[in-house]
Structures are given as structure tokens and as C-alpha cells.
Design a protein around this ligand. Structure first.
Ligand SMILES: Nc1ncnc2c1ncn2[C@@H]1O[C@H](COP(=O)(O)OP(=O)(O)OP(=O)(O)O)[C@@H](O)[C@H]1O
Length: 749
């Protein structure tokens, strides 16, 4: 425990701090970098020049310095940096720190893993230190991050670099239960590191929340925070911040949109893009592979990849939570021989943080959504980044692969592209992303689909997960903005469904509608003779020029795939790949037949001894034939009808009782199932909305039209028939026949 410091000591400390601050201010103002200049391009300072004040009351130049001890930083910050072994500045730090220390607004862009965090943490600490910010001054700086994990990571860096300062700092992120406690203390905090939602929550709900004196605003992953996903929150936040402030924006993929910058009211911002001249947009030590993998082979490829890289630390990106959950659960049951973990936005916050820390420490495979795509610096280097699903755009690609090859370490990444997603290569090329084009070695593929199929039989829960993974994947493709790359109609959905181990392809409402409208538009095109060439549009394969690394012949060591030339013309794509491009759904489209539940009941035909057909009730109606068993006497006939009516009533009553009991049991079962489902996950349900999945559930509760799927297998047909009876209250054909037989028997007896 620290001994309380004496009054005298504290006074001395204040005085020396004051002196230091005035020296720092003079030093900063003595030779500030020219506005619009990039200090990295200045001649470097002599190696041993840590001196601030020179003999003639002048100060050493700090723009262009390459070490932290050569720039005007407080002793507290310098000591902490040295203790953490941060000595030499990275390019983005060299470029931005001199400007930021002068109080200028910054737009910093530098490759992933190049040290942007220190480039904004240091100016925040220094500004508050020089302003002599204390606990009673409240919020002095707000640092906003798009994800909770990244906010947590920034908080950790702040703790390291700010450990000798006396500022209080708080991590305000969603998903934490202690929001009430946060509300009590948030006004006492000097530095807030937060996600946009939580910050806004405090702005809205915390009494007297005051950031009117705030000095520095930082947006890490600025382009992400400025994009439409956070637009409302950010606008609301900005409206509550003082106009007079310093604003620092950093990202590996920076926005230059005038509109965005106007929203932030930046003042003559310094645009510092240190790698703009670089030949590549991704880290130099990152080796990147792209492979064409048909949708139905993605899991085989992933499984084989994991099995052949059991000694690696691997980060696997999939496009939705449901997919992450399914692949994680299914692969875990197959015991690949390496620990598996999963991370996605629907997990409880404590679990998310625990997984993140575990993955930092241990060799394992982490299946994740894009929640781990940006900013995260996993402690011990990630060896491989595997992108199973194509990222939504190039920026997202750059951030995902940037989880490896950080600072001075190397790393590898592989992207699985569908044949229909080849346009992504063009876009990567245009953005200076160097990729090796490799082709999978089919003989080493370890198919996993049959294993999944048997798992799904054994674990019905997993089957449910597989269905949801299937639906959300298709929906994610359907919702992608870049239609050059993503076209859900080009996906082999039946094959894909089978590759997940599903016994039959789940029905997708939005897809059916899309197919219908496409078919309709194709039909209308077909009647126009001059446009008839478009008839084959779905079969057209675009000619893609593919960019490969300038070091193309440098083969990336790997068993599973080998260096290959990308397919450059239609011929090469034609055979197997064209197959993938044909939307099978159109061919296999299932025809729905309506059952009219009020249709006339089918008649049972009985053959007599001579082989003549005789409708069962004709026997009693026929008064002329005189055959045995036929009722001629009107009284007998009336008596027979009465008995039959009684019998029918009795049978009907029994039947209704049985049916009611069956319904009740079914409803109870359903309720229990729903309850269990709801408890299991936080908000699982939303993900199947819009899918045929929840349509079926809703239909069960409604009295509605009943559809009969002519192509579906027996299991489904029975289910639909069961629903028909439940929803309409009508009896099925089999039951009607059984009833008639019962009547006949009773007539004979
Ligand atoms: N000057 C430095 N000396 C040594 N290591 C550094 C220095 N600056 C940063 N690092 C280390 O480099 C790694 C990457 O830094 P950081 O996470 O800040 O990168 P980034 O540019 O923010 O990446 P991203 O774009 O992915 O968010 C970290 O492990 C960090 O500790």
C-alpha cells in the first residue's frame, strides 16, 4: 500500500509539474510542424538528441523525431512508455504526434497493426496533463470505439501508458449490468472509453451528465463509426459535445468524405496517411491467399484446413452469429484436435471478454463474426486469418486480415471466394491488396458433410442451428449492398443445405419471392426479340482479370492448396464452376398445391364377388336390387339410419375428445419448446424472422390456407397434413376412410 504523501511533498510535486508544463508548452510552440506537412518526410533528428531546452533558451525540433523521448511529452508518459518498452515511434506516431501535441485536429490513416492506438492515447494524456485536469473537472476526453472488445483493449493500453498520471478513466460499454453504478460515477471520470450506444445512454439517462468542458474527442475506427450503422447515435452524441475541442480520427481505412467531416466540425484537419505511397494497402509481412471454393465445399475446406493446421492460432470469419454458432457447435462435437472458441455479438458481455482474453493467451481456433474484425490486437500473434465468407467490401477485408501480421510480425490469411464472387478480386486489386491465387488440392479435402448429417440426426438442436445458419447466410448475401459480388440467386442452395448436413432444404420466403420476380422479368425480356440474348444471363461468366502478388512465384507453404493461375476466361470456368452459377432453385423450384379442405369427401369403392364396384352406401340406398343385406322395409331403413346417426355421433364425440387431447399436448409441447429456446439465447428469434421457419410456426397458430408440398419428402408431407387437420378442424382422408369402414362393419354385424 502506498504511504500518504506529505503536504510539503505534494506542493513540491505541483511546482515541478507546473514547471514541466510550462516547458512543454514552450517547446511545443517553439517549432511546431508546418500545417499540412507530414513530419515523417522531414530529415531525421540526430540519434542522441533527447534534450528539450537548448542553451540559448531555444528548443530542439521535435517534428521528424523518431523516438518518444525526443518529443515534448511529460515525464509521466515517457516513463510509462519506456517501462512498456515503447521506444521508437512507428510511422503513424511520428507523423501524427507532433501535430496532435499542437492541438490540431487529425485524420490519421495507417495500415492495420501500425500503432494507431498510441497515436491518440498519448495526445489525450498530454492535453489533460498540460491543462492540469483534475478529478473535480469531470470528463476531459471521450474515446469512442465501434466494439466493446476494442474499447476494452484501448482501456488496457490507457492503463499502461497513463499509469503514472492521476486521471480517472472509465470503460463504458453495452452489455454490462452495472449501469446504475456507472451513472453514479460517470461525472467523476476524466477519460471515457466507450461504445456509441452506451455513451448516448449516459447522455440521455444520467442526471447531470456533463461533458461541456470536454477537450479531446477520439474516434477509433473512424470510418466505421461515421458510417450509416452508427449515424443516428453519433449525430446525437456530437450535438451534445462542445464545439471547441480537439478531434482525432484514426482508422486503417479512413474516410475523406466532406459530409462526414462536416458532421464533426473539424477545424483545418491534418490528413496524415502514412502508407498512401506504399505499394500495398495491407501489412508487408502479410501473405494473402484467395481460393475459389464452391459454397457446398466451404465447410469441407474449413474442416480440412483446421485439421491440417492444428498447431496454429487461427481466426475464422463467418458472416452471421448463427453460422458462427452452428459451425462452432458442430465442429466441437467432431473433436478436431485443437481448442475451438466462438465470439459474436449475441453473447453475454462477460463471456465475450473471457473468450477474447482466452484467445489472446492460447493456441486455438476462434470462429467469429465481424465483431472481431477491427482493431483487436490479439496478444500472441494470430497465425492465420481465414475468411470463410466473403467480406462485405474491401475495407472489411483489410480490417479482417489485419488481425494478423501486426507491428513487426508476419502472418497469413486465406479468403474463400465463391465462383460468383470473383469480382471481389478486381476490387482487391484496385485497392492495392496483393493476393496469391491458390487452388485447393481436392485429394486432401476431408469431407465433413456426412459427419454433419449424422450429427444432426443425433442432436435435433444442432439441426435447428444448421437451419438458422443456412437461412441467415442466404439472407446476409441477399442484403449485401454490392450486387456486383453478391447474388443470392447464383447460389446452389440445395447443395449448400446438404453440405450443412440438413436432410432437406429449408424454405426461404424472400428467396422464393426473388426467384419469382426474376422469372417474371426474364419472361418479359424474352418476349422482346432484340433482348432475347439476355435469356442466358444467369449462365454468363464474367471475364475476370485477377490480380496476384508481384512476388507471385513465392509459394506460400501449405499442404492443402497450391499456387495456381486464376481462371481468366470463360472456358476455364465453364465445366464445374458454371454448374455453381446456375441457380438450382429455379430448376428444383417446388410446386405448392393447395388442398381444398372443403372438397367433397372421397368415396370408398368396394368390389362385390363378381368384381363389380359398389359404393358402400349404395347398399342401403338401393331398394330395387333385392340383394342380401339390402334394406327394403322403410321402418327397418329408418331404424338403420337412426342407429347410424347415433354411431356417427358417438364416433364423432370420441374423435373430438382424442383430437382435443392431442392438440392440448401439442400446444404444451410447443410452449415448452419456445420457452426453452427463449431462455437459451438472448435474442435468437429475430434471426429467423422473414424466413419460412417462423412462418411455419405462425401458421400453426392460425386458421389459414394449407399448402401441400408436392416435392417434399414424406416427413414434411405428414407434418403439413397434421397441420391441416389441426388448423381447419377437418378430418384427414385416412381418418374418413377408417370411419366409413367402421360404419360398414357395424352394418354387417
Ligand atoms: N512504438 C511502438 N513500439 C513497439 N510496439 C508498438 C509501438 N506502437 C504500437 N506497438 C504495438 O503494435 C501493435 C499494434 O498496435 P495497434 O493496436 O495500436 O495498431 P493499430 O494501428 O491500431 O491497428 P488496427 O488498425 O488493427 O486497429 C500493438 O501490439 C502495440 O503494442
Amino acid at each position: 500500500m502506498r504511504r500518504p504523501k506529505s503536504k510539503e511533498f505534494r506542493k513540491q510535486q505541483r511546482l515541478s509539474e507546473q514547471e514541466e508544463i510550462s516547458l512543454l508548452n514552450s517547446w511545443i510552440q517553439f517549432q511546431p510542424p508546418d500545417s499540412g506537412s507530414n513530419p515523417v518526410s522531414l530529415p531525421p533528428l540526430p540519434k542522441n538528441s533527447p534534450v528539450a531546452r537548448l542553451e540559448d533558451n531555444t528548443y530542439s525540433r521535435y517534428a521528424g523525431a523518431s523516438r518518444f523521448d525526443q518529443i515534448p511529452l511529460s515525464k509521466k508518459t515517457k516513463d510509462a512508455l519506456r517501462e512498456a518498452k515503447f521506444v521508437v515511434m512507428t510511422d503513424i506516431q511520428r507523423a501524427s504526434l507532433p501535430h496532435a501535441l499542437c492541438g490540431r485536429d487529425i485524420l490519421g490513416a495507417a495500415k492495420t497493426g501500425s500503432g494507431k492506438t498510441l497515436a491518440f492515447i498519448i495526445p489525450v494524456l498530454e492535453k489533460l496533463y498540460r491543462e492540469r485536469w483534475g478529478p473535480e473537472d469531470g470528463v476531459g476526453s471521450i474515446i469512442i470505439s465501434p466494439t466493446r472488445e476494442l474499447a476494452g483493449q484501448i482501456f488496457d493500453v490507457l492503463k499502461i501508458v497513463g499509469k503514472h498520471h492521476n486521471f480517472s478513466a472509465g470503460l463504458l460499454i453495452g452489455g454490462r449490468k452495472d449501469v446504475d453504478m456507472e451513472k453514479e460515477h460517470v461525472n467523476e471520470l476524466n477519460i471515457l472509453i466507450c461504445t456509441p450506444g452506451r455513451l448516448l445512454q449516459h447522455m440521455d439517462e444520467t442526471p447531470n451528465f456533463d461533458c461541456s468542458q470536454m477537450q479531446v474527442l477520439v474516434l477509433d475506427e473512424a470510418d466505421r463509426i461515421l458510417d450509416s450503422g452508427f449515424k443516428k447515435e453519433l449525430n446525437a452524441i456530437i450535438s451534445q459535445l462542445p464545439k471547441r475541442r480537439q478531434t482525432l480520427l484514426f482508422s486503417a481505412t479512413q474516410t475523406k468524405s466532406i459530409q462526414d467531416l462536416a458532421r464533426l466540425s473539424l477545424k483545418d484537419p491534418e490528413y496524415l496517411s502514412v502508407h498512401e505511397e506504399s505499394l500495398t494497402a495491407t501489412p508487408t509481412l502479410l501473405k494473402q491467399i484467395v481460393m475459389i471454393v464452391p459454397l457446398n465445399q466451404k465447410l469441407d475446406m474449413l474442416w480440412s484446413f483446421i485439421k491440417t493446421h492444428l498447431q496454429s492460432k487461427m481466426l475464422v470469419f463467418l458472416s452471421s452469429c448463427k453460422q458462427v454458432k452452428f459451425v462452432f457447435e458442430a465442429f466441437k462435437k467432431l473433436h478436431p484436435g485443437i481448442p475451438l472458441k466462438c465470439l459474436h455479438g449475441r453473447m453475454k458481455q462477460e463471456r465475450r471478454m473471457a473468450i477474447y482474453s482466452e484467445f489472446c493467451e492460447k493456441r486455438s481456433v476462434l470462429f467469429s463474426t465481424d465483431v472481431a474484425a477491427r482493431g483487436l490486437d490479439f496478444n500472441k500473434a494470430v497465425d492465420w486469418v481465414v475468411q470463410v465468407d466473403c467480406p462485405e467490401n474491401v475495407a472489411s477485408y483489410i480490417h479482417r486480415v489485419g488481425r494478423t501480421a501486426r507491428y513487426k510480425s508476419g502472418g497469413k490469411s486465406v479468403l474463400f471466394l465463391l465462383p460468383s464472387e470473383m469480382q471481389m478480386l478486381e476490387k482487391l486489386k484496385a485497392a492495392k491488396v496483393p493476393v496469391h491465387f491458390n487452388k485447393p488440392r481436392q485429394e486432401l479435402l476431408q469431407p465433413v458433410s456426412s459427419l454433419l448429417a449424422s450429427l444432426l440426426v443425433k442432436y435435433p438442436d444442432l439441426q435447428h442451428r444448421a437451419q438458422r445458419a443456412f437461412i441467415t447466410y442466404l439472407r446476409s448475401i441477399h442484403l449485401q449492398k454490392d450486387k456486383d459480388i453478391f447474388d443470392v440467386l447464383k447460389l446452389p442452395i440445395d447443395k449448400y443445405s446438404a453440405s450443412l448436413g440438413l436432410p432437406m432444404t429449408p424454405k426461404i420466403r424472400f428467396l422464393n419471392q426473388k426467384i419469382k420476380s426474376k422469372a417474371a422479368s426474364e419472361k418479359s425480356i424474352l418476349v422482346e426479340p432484340e433482348d432475347s440474348s439476355k435469356e442466358n444471363n444467369v449462365l454468363e461468366v464474367s471475364r475476370n482479370k485477377i490480380y496476384t502478388d508481384p512476388l507471385e512465384d513465392e509459394k506460400i507453404e501449405n499442404d492443402l492448396f497450391e499456387l495456381a493461375d486464376p481462371p481468366t476466361n470463360e472456358d476455364e470456368m465453364k465445366s464445374s464452376e458454371i454448374e455453381e452459377l446456375i441457380p438450382e432453385t429455379r430448376v428444383l423450384k417446388k410446386k405448392k398445391l393447395k388442398i381444398n379442405v372443403h372438397r367433397p369427401v372421397g368415396t370408398r369403392v368396394v368390389f362385390d364377388d363378381e368384381g363389380n364396384t359398389l359404393p358402400p352406401l349404395a347398399r342401403i340406398a338401393d331398394t330395387q336390387s333385392g340383394k342380401e343385406g339390402v334394406l327394403l322395409d322403410p321402418e327397418q331403413k329408418a331404424e338403420f339410419y337412426r342407429r347410424m346417426r347415433d354411431d356417427l355421433k358417438k364416433a364423432d364425440k370420441e374423435d373430438k375428445l382424442i383430437e382435443r387431447k392431442r392438440l392440448r399436448e401439442k400446444r404444451i409441447k410447443q410452449k415448452m419448446k419456445f420457452k426453452a429456446g427463449n431462455e437459451e439465447e438472448e435474442d435468437d428469434q429475430d434471426d429467423i424472422s422473414g424466413s419460412e421457419g417462423d412462418e411455419t410456426i405462425n401458421r400453426r397458430h392460425k386458421k389459414s390456407k394449407v399448402y401441400f408440398d408436392s416435392d417434399s419428402d414424406e416427413g414434411e408431407r405428414n407434418e403439413v397434413a397434421g397441420n391441416a387437420r389441426t388448423s381447419s378442424g377437418a378430418v384427414t382422408l385416412e381418418e374418413q376412410e377408417a370411419l366409413a369402414l367402421k360404419l360398414l362393419n357395424s352394418m354387417h354385424s
